[in-house]
Each structure stands twice: as structure tokens, then as C-alpha cells.
Design a protein around this ligand. Structure first.
Ligand SMILES: Nc1ncnc2c1ncn2[C@@H]1O[C@H](COP(=O)(O)OP(=O)(O)OP(=O)(O)O)[C@@H](O)[C@H]1O
Length: 418
């Protein structure tokens, strides 16, 4: 875990932003989390396995636009794994024979201090992602308490360095954890939890899962939806509620897409893949699981899924409260619905000062009116813009006093009512 000068550079994680799928439900969580992070608080994403916590944590870290340090919680961790340790020696020998009759010998052994990822992040103001932090023993995580609250990291006594490291103000921390009933997980300390803003992450909604499948595999959205519904129905019948079904969906989708397997109940290959992925995740016998699975296949509403190819599903239609606020994109998905949090209540109005001549200024302004605030990276992703184009439009809005900027997060300015 400790970092030598050579591998410090390699410890910085680079995230490929294109890999992250944004849907309204995800974006809402991201906006909430970014609000706390930009105000200097550590955020903790908690939820069952496979709900997208790590992926979101990396995306948030990427939005903060600072180098990222990633640590995975581990029961074997010692404090030194978190803060660093002495490693190796520097040996210096000085032979001074300037006056030929006098030989002076100085022999010095010095231990080298090597930063861990946490220490480096605190020192340099990087973003720390501590994945599944409650797999580490609670006492090991104690060093985080003063780093998060007093902004001081205590280092062990050493001749080479001060014992207190003042945490760089740009340091941010994002934690993820699985629920405490999971195997290999320790209970979380109240003191640490008190320093974090915890956001619970449930299983992603149907729209989000379908979109993740469609964007991460070559599968069309109708096939993706069929898989999502089938897996969900099977899990709820067989009681697989402890984890999210997203990973199973992704496995089935990827294999079908890569091997050109027809995603349909009549395809024996498809049925076989589903059985391989799903059956061993339940406590039911193979024959019981098969009976349930076949029954579910027979009851799948295939016509509805077929219609979905060119339009949106009835559920999605219900979720659209106001046609003017929700456009349908090429994929057939409504772009601005928030199925988990209700529809967005802001009134979208064009602003006279916003010019068409600056590319995307108008669109970004309308978008910010809907969501109140968004990080630069989210805006780039939403409109598929280069950083320069997105920054130009946002800077122009900022100069006009229509949005304010804080740490790469842009917030709409409420119009003066007086
Ligand atoms: N928004 C997203 N965009 C793209 N892929 C996603 C997204 N959310 C989740 N995934 C994919 O879903 C799978 C599970 O996500 P992830 O590993 O982040 O879940 P997790 O909650 O951290 O799980 P665990 O607790 O088991 O570590 C991964 O393959 C990930 O790539």
C-alpha cells in the first residue's frame, strides 16, 4: 500500500468518463453527492452489492477533477497500510581525508518514509475513493477521524518528517460500503459515520438498468429491457433480494450480444445462459428453479417489450408529467424524468440574456434550470461536449450572473424577485 516515488504516479487512477451511464435517477444522486463534496464533506454511498456504488464513486471523483486515489477495504489492513510506513534505508558514508593525517568518517543510516495513498491524497489534495471501507477493521480506520474533522492526519514518530500533516483543503473522500449483514463486513464506527454524509443506494430502477445494459453491451434496448424484467421477476420469485440483479443482467446481456444469441424465450441458448447465471444465485434446486423460470418466460409481456423498440413503455409514459419538460431522445427514453424522486418541479423558461450565438448556452441554461446544479463533467456528458465548448457556455452564463460556479459545479442563480 505504501508508495515509492516511482509508483506514486502510477497510483493515480484515471477514469474513462465515457464508461459511466447517466439516467435521471443516477444524476439526481450524483448531484446530491456532489453538493456535499464541493462543500468539503465526505460522502458515503451505502447499498447492496451491485447497485453501482463503486461506479458512481469513481464518477463523482472524476467530476471533482483532481487525481484519484483508490483503496479497497481489507480485513488484513494495519494502520500503516492506511497512513504509510518507514521502508528501507538510505545509507550515507562520508570519508573526509582533506588533511592527510586526519581521516574523518561519518556513517549515517536513515529510514525512508513512504506515503500511503491516503497520506498522499491528504498531502496533495487528491480525491480518495475508499471502496468497501467496512471490510477494514474499525480501529484501523480511526486515522480518518481527525483527517476528516480536524483536517489533521497523525503520522507515526519519525526522524524524517513532522508527525502532523495538515490536510490539503482540496482533499475529498468518497466511501462505499455494503450492508453490515454481508459476510466479511465489520460494523461501522459511529464516530466515523458521524463525519460522513451517507446516501443509500437501492437497486437501480428499470430504466437505469436497461440503459446500462444497452450502453455497455451492443444489445438493443428492447432486448435489454426483456433481460432486466426477466431477472427481476426471477429474483423476486426466488428471493434473491440481498444483492442487486444488475450484475446478472450485465452478464447475460454481454454474452448474448457478443455471441449473437437471440434474446427471446424461444431461444434455447438464451434460456441456457439465463439458467447458468441465475440458478446458482438462489437456494432453490435446479428443477424448482427451472419450473419457476419457464413459468416466468411464458408470462413475459413480449408485445410490450417489442413496442418499446420504437417508443416508450406505458410506465415511462405515466412518469412523464409534462410533455414540454420531457423530450424523447433517439433511444426512445424520456430524457428528463425522475422516476424515483418524482418529476422535476422547476419551470423552464428561456432567458433573454442567453444567446444562441454561443454554442449550447441556451440548452445548458435550460438544463440547469431543471436540475438546479450540475458538475462540469455532467454537463459535458449530457450534451456530449468537449470540455472547451461546455466551459465556454458555462463561463458565459456565469459572466451574465445566471449561474454561479463552485469547484467545477455550476448552480443556477434564482432570479431576483423584487
Ligand atoms: N452508472 C453506471 N454506468 C455504467 N455501468 C454501471 C453503472 N452503475 C453500475 N454499473 C455497472 O454495474 C456493475 C455493478 O456496479 P458496481 O461494481 O459499481 O456496484 P457496487 O455497488 O460497487 O457493487 P459491490 O458492492 O459488489 O462492489 C458494474 O459492472 C458496473 O460497471
Amino acid at each position: 500500500m505504501t508508495l515509492t516515488a516511482n509508483n506514486k504516479k502510477r497510483a493515480v487512477l484515471r477514469v474513462r468518463p465515457g464508461q459511466f451511464v447517466v439516467t435521471p435517477a443516477i444524476e439526481q444522486v450524483a448531484i446530491r453527492a456532489l453538493r456535499y463534496l464541493t462543500s468539503g464533506f465526505a460522502v458515503h454511498l451505502r447499498g447492496p452489492a451491485g447497485t453501482g456504488k463503486t461506479t458512481l464513486a469513481m464518477h463523482l471523483a472524476n467530476c471533482l477533477d483532481r487525481p484519484i486515489m483508490l483503496i479497497f477495504g481489507d480485513d488484513e489492513f494495519k494502520s500503516s497500510d492506511l497512513i504509510g510506513s518507514e521502508s528501507g534505508y538510505t545509507h550515507k558514508k562520508l570519508l573526509d581525508n582533506y588533511i592527510h593525517s586526519v581521516l574523518k568518517v561519518e556513517d549515517e543510516f536513515k529510514q525512508n518514509w513512504v506515503d500511503s495513498r491516503l497520506t498522499l491524497a491528504c498531502r496533495e489534495g487528491f480525491t480518495l475513493v475508499y471502496d468497501e471501507f467496512n471490510r477494514s477493521r474499525p480501529e484501523v480506520n480511526n486515522v480518518l477521524l481527525s483527517a476528516l474533522e480536524e483536517k489533521i492526519l497523525t503520522l507515526p514518530p519519525s526522524s524524517n518528517q513532522p508527525e502532523y500533516l495538515h490536510v490539503n483543503p482540496q482533499f475529498r473522500a468518497i466511501f462505499t460500503s455494503n450492508p453490515e449483514e454481508y459476510c466479511g463486513v465489520h460494523s461501522t464506527q459511529d464516530a466515523l459515520m458521524d463525519r460522513l454524509v451517507t446516501i443509500n443506494m437501492p437497486e437501480p430502477d428499470e430504466l437505469t438498468q436497461t440503459e446500462i445494459l444497452a450502453q455497455k453491451t451492443e444489445l438493443n434496448r428492447a432486448d435489454a429491457l426483456l433481460i432486466v424484467r426477466l431477472v427481476k421477476a426471477f429474483r423476486s420469485r426466488t428471493g434473491g433480494e440481498k444483492t442487486s440483479g444488475l450484475r446478472s443482467c450485465l452478464m447475460i446481456a454481454k454474452v448474448c450480444a457478443e455471441h449473437n444469441i437471440l434474446v427471446a424465450p424461444e431461444s434455447s441458448d438464451f434460456r441456457e445462459i439465463c439458467a447458468d447465471v441465475l440458478f446458482n444465485r438462489t437456494n432453490w434446486s435446479a428443477s424448482e428453479a427451472t419450473t419457476i423460470f419457464l413459468e416466468l418466460l411464458n408470462h413475459l409481456d413480449l408485445q410490450q417489450i417489442e413496442e418499446f423498440k420504437n417508443s416508450i413503455t406505458p410506465e415511462d409514459t405515466d412518469a412523464i408529467a409534462d410533455d414540454d419538460q420531457n423530450s424523447i431522445n433517439e433511444s426512445g427514453f424520456p430524457t428528463i424524468i425522475d422516476s424515483q424522486f418524482g418529476t422535476l418541479d422547476s419551470e423552464v423558461t428561456e432567458q433573454p440574456g442567453v444567446e444562441d450565438s454561443i454554442p449550447f448556452e441556451q440548452e445548458i441554461y435550460l438544463y440547469l434550470q431543471q436540475y438546479k446544479s450540475a458538475a462540469l463533467a455532467l454537463v459535458q456528458q449530457e450534451f456530449e461536449l468537449s470540455r472547451t465548448v461546455a466551459t465556454n457556455a458555462l463561463n458565459s452564463l456565469e459572466q451574465k450572473g445566471l449561474v454561479s460556479k463552485n469547484n467545477h459545479v455550476y448552480t443556477i442563480e434564482e432570479p431576483n424577485q423584487s
